[in-house]
Design a protein around this ligand. Sequence first.
Ligand SMILES: [Zn+2]
Length: 455
Amino acid sequence: MNHDDILFGILGNAFHCPVLGEFEFLENVLITINTDGEIDSLLKPDEYAVSDIMEVLERENRLVRLKEKQYLIPGLIDLHCHAPQWPQMGKGLDLPLYNWLANYTFPLEAKYQDLEFAKRVYDDLVQSTLSSGTTSAVYFSSIHLEPTRVLADTCLEKGQRAFVGKVCMDDVEQCPDYYRQSVEKSLYETEAFHQYVSTMSGNHGLISSVVTPRFIPSCTEGLLKELGQFATNNNCYVQTHCSESDWAREYSQQKYGETDISVYEKTGLLGRKTILAHSIFLTEQDVIKIQDYGASIAHCPLSNMYFANAAMETRELLNRGLHCGLGSDVAASVTPSMLRSCFDAVTHSRVREEGTSTKLAAGERGEAKTRISFLEAFWMATTGGGKALDKNIGVFRRGFSFDAVLVDANIQDCDLKIWQALDSASDILEKIISTTNRQNIIKVWVQGREVVCKQ
Ligand SMILES: [Zn+2]
């Protein structure tokens, strides 16, 4: 049989979660990847035993054999990351959101007009996120066009699937003089960036442009309407923040007498390709609208614990079948690791379920049955993220892009330890989610291309 269209094959153990709350252990599976970087086949031992494919791949040096205690997982998907805030990570988390933005974020984001600085930071960011297993990232850039191009170029060059947006903010009362643009300039640069991404050579769908109003307080209604119109006309992705904190929610109520979701709907910014970061304070009507439009929520658990003033209703949103994935929300996080986000999402839900006050009786402290499991969190960082982006990623399935992470539990001096006699497949996956360090991630592929190789 002719196997010329097979780029390479990987033989070993793999985990994925095609169904929410469940996992599949693909033991000794052979995954073949075609020249388009898509999964061509997943063959079980009894299937590849009767084919000549192993022999051909091995003879032509196109077979990657995983060792014992090495596991393949789907590439991780970060639905919300602020690229220019990378140097801010680990600073100022003791401040309220408003001061955090004013004291740290806006002065830093304004520096990216220095394109050498932008290149240095974005090189480091994209390398670090890839090394952490993030194969797809949804990035807010800064408000300027040129550094946003640098970010898109860097993602393309390093091979990360990226959804990149030039941030738009124009409200004179809310944005500092040195860090805002007029409606006209915001729109012009949004169009110019969209055009740039559509014509990037070698893109082949890896990089997408995203219409990015920062959030309701930083934008005038006129800007939101123009951006909504542009996104609708061009069928663009949209990303923004939604009802992140008491302050953000109250701002919309005072200015519009409405919720964030109502404002986004009226300005044409709510659609199937809209990614709403946070979405903490949602009304029943908001949830119905998000679901009706097929928009997606990026749950950012660690960030929420610092800035949201309340707990995310992750359990309820998952039960209702909304598109829901995870975001790191760098720099309101102390790591770009999406496995850490999975762990934080579980922790967040457990604190919510149990409650906190020792003055209350056990049954009155928390919100019963609101926890999420490790498998559900992992589903959000893989399958759920893929659904949110409406891309064939996040699961090992024929025809899906081969975006994958190779986790090695044989690394010395790390926390991921597998005890073959003690650990079931379920235990191993939970350990991978909970204890994988960056040094355990030894290879990463995006669209079949090896983008990280530490061996
Ligand atoms: Zn954010």
